[in-house]
Design a protein around this ligand. Structure first.
Ligand SMILES: Cc1cc2nc3c(=O)[nH]c(=O)nc-3n(C[C@H](O)[C@H](O)[C@H](O)COP(=O)(O)OP(=O)(O)OC[C@H]3O[C@@H](n4cnc5c(N)ncnc54)[C@H](O)[C@@H]3O)c2cc1C
Ligand code: FES
Length: 304
């Protein structure tokens, strides 16, 4: 899908004279433990200048003295004064971020990258424009498919959809976690249930668990949405996205109406260093959100 310059360029320089590479100090104002290895940090800019972003974008987060990593924004796009990141402790830098407390500082660059293309947003380019935006002028269904920490990058898009709920028809969330204890945003998921068809499944559970056990892809064939009038947003481990996208196509969703958020190691975040290269694309500037028809041939290949 050809994307407009507006959606593919790195995020705006935050304050007047700053360049897109400059790091700004942000203070941790709240820390919420989501599960055993994941926290959500609420951050506010020390200079007081808000950081507008669009759902799907990420920032480069610098743990002072340790290193810098790309982390998707998990906050509410309607609240640019507060940045939220949900971080899973997997290594050196994420452990340092996981261990921060209220009042600590981090460095933030960005926001960077492409955004989820929601159908109501009067698409500027790509297949939804070709379809005249919402199909025939009618609202569309939106299907979110998340695996593990992948729910975090989808949260801003979900909040955006909830804020404009009347612009969509059915909204379905299919979410897979390792265990019931690993489910992210548990209280919010409950609250969303009145407006969104929330379906949770886990890989393993104690006998007391009354919910579903199994792969998130197994939910796709029977989920309540119209494949011919749906967009699907996917985020999670690559193998999960590959199987989920293929199940969606099998159900009848057009490949160009399926979007997924890709991850690779990053250094610069702005298309200079080549660390995030995926064949001819840079994940940091051409992505992280891609239409499935663009990355499908690459997902099938290992080590690309
Ligand atoms: C666009 C983008 C958005 C991201 N959003 C989030 C997010 O919202 N929350 C979150 O917790 N993490 C997110 N990540 C992943 C995060 O950047 C990595 O976990 C982090 O870079 C690991 O750094 P580390 O120093 O803690 O661990 P390292 O010591 O560098 O690595 C620890 C382990 O994680 C693996 N790893 C490292 N980087 C990545 C990566 N980018 N993708 C997959 N595996 C990796 C390594 O191979 C190794 O096995 C995102 C990555 C990208 C590219
Ligand atoms: S991280 Fe440097 S080119 Fe993408």
């Amino acid at each position: 899908m050809a994307r407009s310059a507006e959606t593919t360029r790195p995020g705006p320089a935050p304050a007047g004279t700053r360049g897109p590479m400059s790091t700004r100090p942000f203070r941790v104002v709240r820390k919420h433990r989501e599960n055993g290895d994941t926290v959500t940090l609420a951050l506010e800019p020390v200079d007081g200048v808000p950081l507008p972003f669009a759902p799907g974008q990420f920032t480069m987060v610098y743990a002072f003295g340790v290193g810098e990593v790309p982390i998707s924004i998990s906050g509410d796009p309607a609240r640019p004064g507060q940045l939220r990141h949900t971080i899973r402790d997997v290594g050196g830098v994420t452990h340092a971020l996981f261990s921060l407390g209220r009042g600590d500082l981090v460095g933030i660059r960005g926001p960077y990258g492409t955004t989820w293309q929601l159908p109501e947003a009067a698409p500027r380019s790509g297949p939804l424009r070709a379809l005249g935006g919402p199909l025939g002028g009618h609202p569309m269904d939106v299907v979110f498919v998340a695996g593990g920490i992948g729910l975090a990058p989808l949260r801003p898009a979900l909040l955006d959809v909830l804020a404009h709920r009347d612009r969509y028809r059915r909204v379905v969330l299919l979410y897979g976690a390792r265990t019931p204890e690993d489910v992210l945003f548990a209280r919010e998921l409950e609250a969303w249930q009145s407006k969104v068809d929330v379906n949770i499944t886990v890989d393993y559970a104690a006998p007391a668990w009354r919910g579903r056990v199994g792969l998130v892809t197994a939910l796709i064939p029977r989920a309540g949405f119209d494949p011919e009038a749906s967009v699907a947003l996917l985020c999670g481990p690559e193998v999960m996205m590959r199987h989920a996208a293929s199940a969606l196509v099998h159900r009848g969703v057009a490949a160009e109406r399926i979007e997924l958020s890709m991850e690779r190691n990053m250094k610069c975040g702005v298309g200079l260093c080549g660390h995030c290269q995926l064949r001819e694309m840079f994940i940091c500037t051409d992505g992280p959100v891609f239409p499935y028809d663009r990355v499908e041939p690459l997902l099938a290949l290992r080590e690309v």
